[in-house]
Design a protein around this ligand. Structure first.
Ligand code: NAI
Length: 256
């Protein structure tokens, strides 16, 4: 059987991804800063927001894994330092530490967001913030670049999308055929959506939902994540899969 590591497993998309992977016969190792309510399978309590938290998670992992689903994330409501730490630097540190344990042809899938599609417009900043190696002092980076709390969430997902493309070509992953891809949801009915409403305003979230008729559900996203984790996704690398009911298409094609 396959072994998959899923972060953010205590809630929402991570919980559903772990559940579906288990139903498909995989062995699931879950990571979250909170205990899952319906704790199933193997679970590691761990905090992705600090280097020591990531190291503690890695110390408890098995020697071999088939896939890593990076689902854990913060909405931005806790500020730019914690949001960049969890959504990008901690995720990347975990991925780099897990890479040597992933089997040849294994996969990493990053849950990004439609909110990260501004990476191209912000390319210079995104390149600069992703070129800092390891798990840096995030507060120092935030101070150096004068980053604001309002930028936290979209910026974190821009960095994640850019890094996903670059990681696909990075020797650490590429040499052993480890694919790195992203899945980008639009609004999904999970606990974080209430925080997005508080940060972005109801009008913004509701207009996205109106475009596609309803909010997504965690069950809409999990199969896309697991497809990119699976061998069926073997020729997909460095890609972003929009799992948004057509939202990106609607915005790009200016359809309302
Ligand atoms: P959620 O809030 O239900 O789940 C997020 C999980 O991440 C929680 O269980 C939380 O405890 C965990 N987490 C937070 N900080 C952590 C840390 N320091 N260490 C370990 N785990 C930590 O939200 P949801 O919707 O399941 O979000 C999953 C991913 O999907 C996130 O990356 C989010 O940005 C992304 N996403 C969600 C959308 C939505 O509308 N729900 C839209 C687009 C992207």
């Amino acid at each position: 059987g396959k072994t998959i590591l899923v972060t953010g497993v205590a809630s929402g998309i991570g919980a559903r991804t772990a559940e579906l992977a288990g139903q498909m016969g995989a062995e699931v190792i879950g990571v979250d800063v909170r205990e899952p309510a319906n704790g199933s399978a193997a679970f590691i309590t761990g905090d992705l927001s600090t280097p020591s938290g990531v190291a503690e998670i890695v110390a408890r992992l098995p020697a071999r894994l088939d896939a890593l689903a990076n689902v854990a994330g913060l909405s931005g409501s806790t500020g730019v330092v914690s949001t960049l730490a969890v959504n990008f630097y901690g995720l990347r540190a975990l991925s780099e530490a897990v890479a040597p344990r992933l089997r040849e042809g294994g996969a990493i899938v990053n849950v990004a967001s439609i909110a990260g599609y501004g990476w191209r417009a912000n390319l210079e900043l995104a390149k600069s913030l992703t070129s800092v190696e390891g798990f840096p002092d995030v507060a120092a980076i935030v101070a150096e670049h004068g980053l604001k709390d309002e930028q936290a969430y979209p910026l974190s997902k821009e960095l994640l999308l850019l890094w996903t493309m670059r990681a696909a070509h990075q020797p650490l992953f590429k040499q052993r055929g480890i694919r790195v891809n992203a899945v980008s949801p639009g609004p999904v009915e999970t606990p974080i959506l209430k925080q997005f409403r508080a940060v972005l305003g109801d009008a913004r979230v509701d207009s996205d939902i109106t475009r596609v008729g309803r909010a997504g559900t965690a069950a809409d996203i999990a199969p896309a994540v697991l497809f990119l984790c699976s061998d069926g996704g073997r020729w997909i690398n460095g890609a972003n899969l929009a799992a948004d009911g057509g939202l990106e298409a609607s915005i790009n094609a200016d359809v309302l």
